[in-house]
Write a protein that binds this ligand. Structure first.
Ligand code: ZN
Length: 272
């Protein structure tokens, strides 16, 4: 991302707002956007945020180093620091969907800007967005999956479908919080399974390809926050094993490479 990330994202959101569904546009015409941070008037199109607050968000420096290995083609536009961290926690632990709407829009805009400004359309050759699933028990307990809520919003902005039935999560046998990096990765082996639905789609793609048809082949795996990268790496492995040729990872935020004043927030993200 070049220049001031806030202003390029603001421009993308304003332009793209006109291409959203009529229902969304009527909704915002009836109830004009209000910034979730300052309560002021929204000036970014169909999103509850204002340009001033957008400029203050903790954008990640794409060139910054990382302490943990992360999969290639990873987008994480923000550092997990307030108000992004507190917004993601409000979504995850209190079911507040307003942050999902705002962060889904910001994630879509970041990816859209990074994919190139030509037409401001969706990134090329993305077949679908796949939210990192929760296991069924956790999903039932919480009532929703925060990664899915973010993916649905990002999908709306990018005009891309969201597939929640391609990947399943088996119950992890040991809590991740008690484990260190390598143990976490081992614990996650076989935590995710591709479904027959995904395998059928991939088989159809392969027969299209052998017939000389070019089709979308990349899948974007969506999560709220990237910590050690172990979870997305395990989910990605299940997609690749089912024949997905390329997997991108899109998360709203990532924890900082070095543990600093946000230790508590970082720990909260890890524990979630
Ligand atoms: Zn504001």
């Amino acid at each position: 991302m070049q220049g001031d990330p806030g202003s390029t994202i603001a421009e993308w959101l304003r332009e793209r707002s006109g291409a959203l569904s009529w229902r969304t546009r009527i909704g915002y015409a009836l109830l004009p956007p209000r910034c979730v941070l300052c309560g002021g008037e929204g000036d970014l199109g169909a999103v509850d945020l204002c340009g001033c607050c957008l400029a203050t968000l903790p954008f990640a420096d794409p060139a910054a180093g990382r302490s943990a290995p992360v999969p290639r083609a990873t987008f994480a536009p923000f550092i997990y620091r307030d108000p992004v961290g507190s917004g993601l926690r409000a979504l995850k632990f209190h079911g507040d969907l307003r942050p999902a709407r705002v962060f889904g829009a910001l994630l879509a805009a970041s990816v859209g800007v990074a994919a190139g400004s030509a037409g401001h359309g969706p990134p090329a050759r993305i077949l679908a967005l796949v939210p990192v699933p929760l296991h069924r028990g956790r999903h039932a307990e919480r009532g929703f999956n925060q990664a899915e809520a973010i993916a649905r919003q990002a999908g709306r902005w990018l005009g891309l479908p969201v597939r929640t039935r391609w990947l399943q999560r088996a119950r992890a046998t040991r809590p991740q919080t008690a484990l260190r990096g390598a143990e976490r990765r081992r614990n996650l082996v076989d935590a995710f399974h591709a479904t027959p639905a995904l395998r059928a789609v991939m088989a159809a793609q392969r027969s299209d390809a052998s017939a000389g048809l070019r089709s979308a082949s990349r899948v974007a795996l969506i999560d709220d926050v990237l910590t050690t990268g172990a979870t997305v790496a395990a989910a990605r492995a299940a997609l690749v094993e089912a024949g997905v040729p390329a997997v991108e990872v899109w998360t709203v935020a990532r924890t900082q490479p070095r543990r600093g004043e946000d230790d508590a927030a970082d720990q909260a993200a890890r524990n979630a």
